[in-house]
Design a protein around this ligand. Structure first.
Ligand code: IFM
Length: 489
């Protein structure tokens, strides 16, 4: 990002110890999040056509055990009981995504009303239970026809996305106030087109950078499209999985490696979206891969739209050092096994395990990273409200003999991260809500159903839902605005 874009606002830094008890503002939203392909199932119903994730998950070798989202947790048919469960858990907000293939099956042309009706019914059910809906338009499930036409590396996909955004905005804008254009465009671009561990599974570094730019353009175009059809009170945001990138040492080579990965993780999105320019250092670092000629005149103005809020998804920090490109060995960057790196032009960077306890994903538990990122957003986008649109942990949860599911590690994880959010609020950040990932166990992409992120346990044989002890802990936090002690059940 340009030096001039760094705001001067001083940010207070609080001592590490959380206040006790940890209390949140009365209007704070206590939410949970999901996404369409991970929970809906019903992939061939009511006119829905395949998305890139249907194709990818049905391709042998792409997901653990060949698992797919064909049934997922059958939320499409069980949404009423799921909303009742959310209300029972005291949630005040719910973030879900719309399946593009369900409402505009070929990714172009007129909408399918029956697809939109599903989301209208879901939203009405939420509102009747006093739960604030937050809609994400794109959580990785591009209609396959658009991928066949070139996917995100093609500029036209951004225009198709704006058309789709307008359709959904017209259908739900009267009843949904919180809108998120894209979820984690880093994953769509770099895991989808770089390392290939996500759909559509391409491994082309130049295509991954083109995809990143067209996702940015799609965000800008969709923001305008939504605003053209929705009441002005509605908020438009984007959810980024911004990274805390730490150097292994203060050696200048390690610090330079961290800056490079920071550009590729953060600058590539923060730059155009928040500051109206890509970092020059990003162009220089990736010159061997692309000349960036796909950035056309006027694109940055389109992308640099004033937003109403920012969504932050955080799980774990990233630790890097300089590396000898000749010696590049196995990568430990936490984004799945692939011989192809998601980081273009970065053979000179090594990724390291971060210290601390680990979740089932192998990700270290480090709430200080969440605090750090919230304060970074506060500096880079002063005055913009922040929502934590995802945060959570996978653990190997198993029901006890009496059917209850105890997950004390998840309670500790949530406590630590919510206390970090509270510290950031004390330090001057305007954080308005927290959406735990995830409401219930679901299809964890290339990991299939192996990794359980839910606060609610799902028995995949019967699809029965059982709130884990963390769900009840979170319920008490949501109902009182105060974090219960971590040993509470
Ligand atoms: O399950 C995913 C989600 O779809 C996007 N953010 C990260 C989660 C955990 O991997």
């Amino acid at each position: 990002m340009p030096e001039s874009a760094q705001p001067e606002t001083p940010i207070l830094v609080s001592p590490a110890a959380p206040e006790s008890p940890v209390t949140f503002p009365p209007a704070f939203l206590w939410g949970a999040a999901t996404s369409a392909y991970q929970i809906e199932g019903a992939v061939r119903e009511d006119g829905r056509t395949p998305s890139i994730w249907d194709t990818f998950s049905h391709t042998p070798g792409k997901t653990a055990g060949g698992e797919t989202g064909d049934i997922a947790v059958d939320h499409y048919h069980r949404y009423r009981e799921d909303v009742a469960m959310m209300a029972d858990l005291g949630l005040t907000a719910y973030r879900f995504s719309v399946s593009w293939s369900r409402v505009q099956p070929t990714g172009r042309g007129p909408a399918v009303q029956v697809g939109l009706d599903f989301y209208r019914r879901l939203v009405d059910e939420l509102l009747q239970h006093g739960i604030t809906p937050a809609v994400t338009l794109y959580h990785w499930d591009l209609p396959q026809e658009l991928e066949d036409a070139g996917g995100w590396p093609e500029r036209d996909t951004a225009y198709r996305f704006a058309e789709y955004a307008q359709i959904v905005g017209e259908a739900l804008g009267d009843r949904v106030e919180h809108w998120i254009t894209l979820n984690e465009p880093w994953c769509s671009a770099f895991l989808g087109y770089g390392s290939g561990v996500h759909a559509p599974g391409r491994t082309d570094p130049a295509a991954s950078l083109r995809a990143a730019h067209h996702l940015n353009l799609a965000h800008g175009l969709a923001t305008s499209a939504l605003r053209s059809v929705m009441p002005t009170r509605n908020e438009v945001a984007i959810s980024l999985n911004s990274s805390v990138v730490r150097p292994l040492s203060q050696d200048p080579a390690d610090v330079a490696a961290a800056r490079k990965i920071d550009d590729l993780a953060n600058g590539v999105f923060h730059g155009p979206i928040l500051h109206g320019a890509y970092p020059k250092s990003l162009f220089e670092a990736t010159r061997s891969v692309t000349d960036w000629s796909f950035v056309q005149d006027g694109d940055l103005e389109v992308i640099h739209q004033p937003l109403n809020a920012l969504g932050l998804n955080y799980y774990t920090p990233t630790l890097v050092s300089a590396a000898d490109p000749q010696l590049s060995g196995p990568r430990a960057d936490g984004h799945g096994a692939s011989e192809h790196s998601p980081w273009p032009a970065s053979d000179d960077v090594a990724f390291h395990q971060t210290p601390g306890d680990r979740t089932e994903m192998g990700w270290s538990v480090d709430p200080s990273g969440l605090h750090e990122l919230i304060m970074r957003y506060t500096r880079e986008a002063p005055g913009l409200p922040i929502y934590i649109t995802e945060n959570g942990a996978a653990y190997d949860d198993k029901p006890a003999a009496d059917g209850t599911v105890h997950d004390p590690e998840r309670i500790a994880y949530l406590h630590g991260h919510l206390a970090a959010v509270r510290r950031a609020i004390t330090d001057g950040a305007d954080v308005r809500g927290y959406f735990l990932w995830s409401l219930m166990d679901n299809f964890e992409w290339a990991y299939g159903y192996e990794k359980r992120f839910g606060a609610v346990y799902v028995d995949y044989a019967t699809l029965e839902r059982t709130p884990k002890s963390s769900a009840r802990w979170y319920e008490r936090a949501a109902r009182t605005g105060v974090l219960p002690e971590v040993d509470a059940r």
